[in-house]
Write a protein that binds this ligand. Sequence first.
Ligand SMILES: *Cc1c(COP(=O)(O)O)cnc(C)c1O
Length: 438
Amino acid sequence: MFYNSINNKLDIKKFLDIFFSSIPKNKTLFFPFKFIKIKKNKIFFLKKLNYSNFAFEISKIFIDNIDDENLFNIITNSYKNFNHNEVLKIKNISNNNYYLDLNKGPTLTFKDIAMIPLGKLLNLFSKKIDKNFLIFCATSGDTGSSANNSFKNFEKIKNFTFYPFNMISNIQKKQMTTINKKNIYNISILGNFDVSQFLIKKIFENIKNNKKNFLISVNSINWFRIIMQVVYYCYCSLKEYTYKKINFIIPSGNFGNALSAFIAKKLGFPIDKIITCTNDNFYLDNFIKNNCFSNLNIKKTISPSIDISIPSNLIRLVNFCKINNKNMNNINKNFFSDKIYNKYIINSIDYFYNKFNEIYDPHTITSLSSLFKTNNFNNNIVVSTSYPIKFIFSIKKFLPNIKINLNIKKLFFLKEKYKIFSQNFSIIINFIKKKCNV
Ligand SMILES: *Cc1c(COP(=O)(O)O)cnc(C)c1O
């Protein structure tokens, strides 16, 4: 497959080029501006495959220059340690509505589905390229725990995870800090998530690629992560497909997950609408409903992973439509959106507990309540992006009723490893340079 720069459609690249140019200071993003629809008989063939084989077939569409055997091994080994050997689980809610649990990975987030194969792919490259791979990741919780876990066994990858001190949940923190490995550094910043992100931008300006080190970004614009997310939308659309196309309702932050569903649709899978759900930070909702780029300040809510001002992947969709001379109508044909304010998030968690005796996390609840509000009560899949156990600080009163899995219980007996830093950049950069021999 070929990819075009979203700023210049004549700038054409293949997978490996964009994979290795994915550092944040390189401003341009890439996107395939042309999709070839998969033929009906191929879809029949795919429908019979198990998840790993399916993932291999789909990712091959996007990835060249990695030989089949390596790619296949990376994918199958990635999904071996998922809970009960299920990569995902689809449950029927009612009529033709379903609930998709993507959080079966070791750190209990959908991010594992892409981050684990990403770690293995980086490890493969790090053996061929004689350099250390340096990863800097800012997290409000889930990305950091998934990245630390995915990269922990690869000695040529050094991973620095920045998180806001005392502003992530205790369990998310323990998931990151109890990984006791030499190549994993947890950097706790006295400041909010934006400060962490700002510091990382400065680090990228300060440390350059050189003979010894190669900088890689694994945040939500990472194209390989998006590919591995496209896979589960393709897979689920076939699983529950009878004769009508299916809609996906997705809690959305940086728009990586929802964009992945759109790509799955472009490949010809039976998907109708992609419904994005946001909270009080509703830039995306304004954009999809009114075609307006609003300027909003971030509000803190109990669903921190979708507290995003401008979704970083949205520009990919916008430029795809522009360059293909399709206007907003095209976006409206494919996307719906909803916003659920913080107070309704809180009420909805109560409501679903009282009515169905189920506790949902404050992100998943946005898509679930959106489903119950809609008139289009058929053929929807509600996408769950996390588990409530990670957010007990905001839903404390349910604590006695929340299921705690064994892996989480174990965390409380392990030693934590992290370093607290003020916002003083020179101290941080000196620490990093010392650890990387830059
Ligand atoms: C990362 C994350 C999201 C947002 O996903 P995007 O791909 O950035 O839209 C939603 N919910 C949870 C729990 C997350 O961790």
